[in-house]
Design a protein around this ligand. Sequence first.
Ligand code: EPU
Length: 415
Amino acid sequence: MSAILVKGGNKLKGEVSVNGSKYVALAAIPAALLANSQVVLENIPDLSDVRVFCEILEGMGARASFGGGVVTIDPRGLRHAVPNPALVRQLRASYYLLGALLGRFGEAEVALPGGDDIGPRPIDQHVKGLCALGAETKILHGHIKATSVGLKGASVYLDVASVGATINIMLSAVLAEGQTIIVNAYPAPWIIDLANMLNAMGARVYGAGTETIRIQGVKALHGCQHAIIPDQSEAATLMIAATLTGGDVTLQNVIPLHLGSVTAKLRETGAVVLPTEDSIRVIGPQRPSAVNVKTLPYPGFFTDFQAPMSTLLTVAEGTSLVTETIWEDRFRHLEELINMGAKVRFEGRSAYIEGVPKLTGALVRGTDLRAAASLVMAGMVAEGETLVEGIMHMDRGYEKLDQKLRALGADITRQ
Ligand code: EPU
């Protein structure tokens, strides 16, 4: 198990390039199974989740290779609809295999997914959508089995705006007969990007990026070449790290429009944020000011930015109120930060953070990918040394984040 040793005190300075979106990559790979010829995906981040996904596809008879930011998938040899359960359990996003395989074979049997420990992660809305399209589902021995005798378009209302359910329903509806309407769909850029990919394969998806998505089923989909958008969460993490250390960092390969909530909040803390068309420069203040943050679906303040942001607020001047409305158990990093001297009081889904002038290094453990990255960031402004365990979580969602931070001047070593 790897850990990261951080010596605090260095300001981040320089230029860094942001990788492709994890969310799109992890949906685009199973989406490729719907094609009848080769799919080439570019700007794919080098994450352990991407590699595991390729292994799952290979195990089902498809050909999948990854290198140099490009995943090439030839789904023609795909033989069966039961992916390797041991591999499936390593990924959260493996639930997309349900929609994709159901669309392709009319059946799928997928082990219930694993992933981060951030509270209960129900998939009832995914199941509701697949059933509305005519699938029958049952859960047996930790697997979910879905079968259909031909999916038919339907109207699906999501009780919660869910990224995963929106994507899963899109994947199962593109080859269904007739029209599917998703009401209260998740309205985000990464849903638009996936719709663009599906449309490049010959699908007819309209309205992605809004709360109502309309999908007109087609008979077959062909291969495509698609370059995915930059990763908002990695960009936000680096922007927050620059602010936290009082640094001066320019991020390349970003779409500033997708980073509106974090840009606004960092400006409130006193950072100077200067966007161009495809880059953002962030200049941190002497000491950030306290701000209140509430996580909401996009374009609100995204839950994945919360851990790095609340880490920054532990050293801000004043008291901040952070409310997490999406995941029940996403304050574990703050519990660890208390061991580093942070002053935090929890009240239900809120945390009151009274900023302290300095954190002190300690042995801490990240329990999910954002928490692990945030603790590394905390170490960068703490007095002395911080050893962060649980780095395998960070590696699931960030490509070589430690190397990027080191190139920007952080004193970081992987153990
Ligand atoms: N929800 C339900 N029922 C469902 C699905 C979701 O009640 O069937 C609830 C969840 O409990 C949660 C809310 O709806 O309260 C939103 O969940 P969503 O379905 O959007 O989450 P997800 O698709 O499982 C993706 C990302 C998460 C990110 C959320 C933000 C992937 C693989 N994961 O998860 O990423 O936090 O969207 O909504 O795309 C991360 O990268 O750190 C991460 C956890």
